[in-house]
Design a protein around this ligand. Structure first.
Ligand SMILES: [Fe+2]
Length: 271
C-alpha cells in the first residue's frame, strides 16, 4: 500500500504543476482586501518575515476539549454538506467551467460542516462554501466560542466553524491572507486516525510535513502564503475547528514566540 508521505507528495506535485504558484500572492493580504491600513500591512510584513520559516506550529494554548458523545449526537443531526457556492481565488472557475466538472467542489462535498459563530459585520452567504449556523444554545458550543475568543490572536473574528473531512482534500490555499508567517488557526477537536492525515507543504520544496500534534495541545497554526495544505483520507472521522478573521499582529507575535519557545524542539521539520 502506498504510504501517506508518497501519497501527499504526489498530490502536492500534481497540484503545483497544474496551478502556477504565481497566480497567488505568497506574501501579502487577502485578495481584494482594501480595508487594511498601511500601518497594519507594515506590521504584518515584519511578522511575515520574522516567522517565514514556520511551516506549522503547535500553539501554547490549553487543550480545547469536547464531550464527544454529546457532540456527535448533535453533529450527526445538524451538519450539512459543504459544497462550493461561489468561485474564489483558490478555485476561480464557475460551476460550469471547473476543470473537474461533475467532480468539482461545486458538486461533491469534501466536508460536512456547521458554524458555531458568525460576525454581524458580514452575511454568512458571503462565504465561498455553503454554511449553516447552529442556532441551538448548548454550553459545549458556547464554551468553544469563548475559548476561541480568549486564546486566539484575532483582531476580528469573522466565523468559527467545524468541518469534518469526507474524502481526501487536495492541496490548496484558503481564501484568506497570504503572509509567509502563520495565518490560519485551527483546533483538532477529534481525530480517530491513529496517525496524522493532515499535511502542509512548502510551495518551493514541495515536501509534505504532517501536522503531528503534541499531547498537551490540539491547537496549531500554518501559513496560507508559502504553504499549501491538504489531507489524505483513511475513512476515519476527523473534526477540525476552523477560525476565520483578521489576525492581530502583536498578539500573534506573542503567541508565536511563546509557542516556539515551548515546542521548537518537537517540530518535525527544520526551522
Ligand atoms: Fe483549506
Amino acid at each position: 500500500m502506498i504510504d501517506k508521505y508518497t501519497e501527499a507528495r504526489d498530490l502536492v506535485h500534481k497540484y503545483l504543476n497544474k496551478n502556477s504558484v504565481n497566480e497567488f500572492l505568497t506574501d501579502g493580504p487577502r485578495h481584494g482586501a482594501n480595508y487594511y491600513t498601511q500601518e497594519y500591512l507594515d506590521r504584518m510584513y515584519t511578522l511575515s518575515d520574522k516567522y517565514k520559516n514556520v511551516q506549522w506550529l503547535p500553539l501554547d494554548i490549553p487543550k480545547i476539549e469536547i464531550n464527544y458523545e454529546e457532540f456527535i449526537e448533535i453533529w450527526d443531526k445538524q451538519c450539512h454538506d459543504v459544497v462550493r457556492v461561489r468561485s474564489d481565488v483558490a478555485e476561480p472557475w464557475t460551476k460550469e467551467e471547473h476543470p473537474l466538472g461533475p467532480l468539482s467542489s461545486w458538486n461533491i462535498p469534501t466536508f460536512s460542516g456547521l458554524h458555531l459563530y458568525h460576525t454581524d459585520l458580514l452575511s454568512i452567504d458571503h462565504n465561498s462554501f455553503a454554511s449553516k449556523m447552529y442556532t441551538g444554545k448548548i454550553p459545549m458550543f458556547e464554551r468553544l466560542v469563548d475559548q476561541v475568543f480568549t486564546y486566539f490572536p484575532m483582531h476580528t473574528v469573522i466565523s468559527i466553524f467545524i468541518w469534518e473531512s469526507q474524502r481526501l482534500v487536495y492541496p490548496h490555499r484558503d481564501r484568506s491572507d497570504y503572509w509567509k508567517c502563520p495565518t490560519e488557526f485551527r483546533v483538532m477537536l477529534h481525530d480517530e486516525n491513529p496517525e496524522s492525515t493532515l499535511f502542509v507543504a512548502d510551495t518551493q520544496t514541495r515536501e509534505p510535513v504532517f501536522i503531528d500534534l503534541p499531547e498537551d495541545t490540539n491547537s496549531f497554526c500554518r501559513s496560507n502564503g508559502k504553504m499549501v495544505h491538504g489531507s489524505v483520507y483513511k475513512g476515519k472521522r476527523k473534526f477540525i475547528l476552523c477560525l476565520a478573521g483578521i489576525q492581530h499582529s502583536k498578539k500573534s507575535d506573542e503567541l508565536f514566540e511563546r509557542s516556539l519557545n515551548k515546542y521548537k524542539d518537537q517540530l518535525n521539520y527544520k526551522l
